[in-house]
Structures are given as C-alpha cells and as structure tokens.
Write a protein that binds this ligand. Structure first.
Ligand code: DX5
Ligand code: ZN
Length: 223
C-alpha cells in the first residue's frame, strides 16, 4: 500500500450562503484538496457556478483547488481557470477532440492535469494519455448532480485503471467522484483509488464530524 490518500470535499453540496465559512471548516478539519465542480448545462444537464465564485474563494483559503470541468470544449477556458487559482484542472475525455493537446496546455501553465471518464466510457480509452496524466478521474456516478448512489460497476473500472498505470510503472493518482461515503469508501480504496471526492457525505450535517469519519475509514483501510 503506502499510497497517499487524499480527501477532496466537493463544494457542490455546500451551503452557498456561507460558502467561505464552510471552506474554512473543511480546511481546519484537514482535507487536502477542495473539489470544485464547474457545469455548463450542455456537457451535463445542470449549471453550477463559474469564474467569479472560484476567484472569490481563492482569497479565502490556501487549499489545493481541484477543479473538475464538466463543460464542452474545456480548452477554451484553461488559461482563465489557471489564472484564477486552479491548482489541478480535470476535463472530460468525452468533451474534447484532442485530449493530449489539452493536457499539454494545462502543463504549460504549470498546473496538474486530470482526465475524467464518464461511467459508460471504456477505461482503455485513456491508455494513449496514461504517461502524461497527473490524475485520472473515474466517475462513479453519471456526472451532473450530487447526492446520487455509487454505481457498483465502477469498482472493476477503478481496478482496470490501476492495472493500466501499474503495468507502465506509474503511480498516477486515481480520483473517484460520486456516491462516496465513509461506509463505502473502503471499496474504492481497495480497488486502487487514492483521491476521494465527497460532496453530500462531507457537507450535509456536521462537517468536522463527517471528515473525521472519512479519515477513520481511510485509517481502517490502511491497517
Ligand atoms: C457530480 C460531481 C460531484 C458531486 C459529488 O457530477 O462531479 O463532484 O459533487 O457529490 P456526492 O458526493 O454527493 O455524490
Ligand atoms: Zn466532481
């Protein structure tokens, strides 16, 4: 094992009337990343938020901004997301013609590059980009909404992704997103994921308590 486990709370499930306060809470409770879901109403049915929100929360925290772009032709906005404070930029394989060029563009701006796949996209499609990526995001629900149930077939997909990286001698981060809670996180950790996104499981109820429970589940897995 020994893989670095990272928690990335998704602010999509936050109370936006007190967003700054809730971000402070996740930071103080020790979450490493902040997962920021950008939706355009076209790549996914819903619209979330965009640049002004990200720019203003950038001033409120030193956390690593893990930006998940659920937008068509994300290459149009990479410079802007980098400029307003994204540390890691993840886009969808299904939303671009040339993933390799977009990855290079992100790297050219000194940011980490992530590639995401929806539940129906074969994992093998990421192989051409495997050695360029900092992170692969295996969606564990259909992107677009928080609060959905984990899709069980995801487990085998995470395993396949970990196999692809291991066979190439790569320890690339594998992120999972959707339906992850303290009581099922062991399933994705065991399959090879190490960057855990959670929205509802962190922001609904007591944030500090929820993060503690998630950490306990990480620790239990390490034993
Ligand atoms: C869904 C988003 C997720 C979402 C996860 O399209 O990418 O990040 O916030 O929410 P939960 O953890 O509630 O499933
Ligand atoms: Zn997300």
């Amino acid at each position: 094992m020994g893989r670095n486990m990272i928690l990335s709370p998704s602010i999509l499930a936050a109370d936006f009337s007190i967003l700054g306060k809730q971000i402070k809470e996740v930071e103080e409770a020790g979450a490493e990343y902040l997962h920021i879901d950008v939706m355009d109403g076209s790549f996914v049915p819903s619209i979330s938020f965009g640049m002004p929100v990200i720019a203003s929360i950038r001033k409120a925290t030193g956390m690593i901004f893990d930006v998940h772009l659920m937008i068509e032709r994300p290459e149009r906005y990479i410079e802007e997301f980098a400029a307003i404070g994204a540390d890691s930029i993840t886009f969808h394989l299904e939303a671009v013609k040339e993933p390799g060029i977009v990855i290079d563009k992100i790297h050219g701006l000194g940011k980490k590059a992530g590639l995401s796949v929806k539940p129906a996209t074969p994992i093998s499609e990421i192989i051409p980009y495997a050695d360029k990526l900092d992170m692969l995001l295996v969606m564990t629900v259909e992107p677009g909404f928080g609060g959905q149930e984990y899709i069980p077939a995801s487990t085998e997909r995470i395993r396949e992704a970990r196999r692809i990286f291991s066979e190439r001698g790569l320890a690339t981060d594998i992120q999972v997103d959707g339906g992850i809670r303290a009581d099922n996180v062991h399933v994705v950790l065991e399959a090879g994921a190490n960057v855990i996104v959670a929205g509802s499981a962190i922001f609904k109820g007591d944030i500090g308590e929820n993060i503690k429970n998630m950490r306990k589940a990480f620790a239990a897995f390490e034993k």
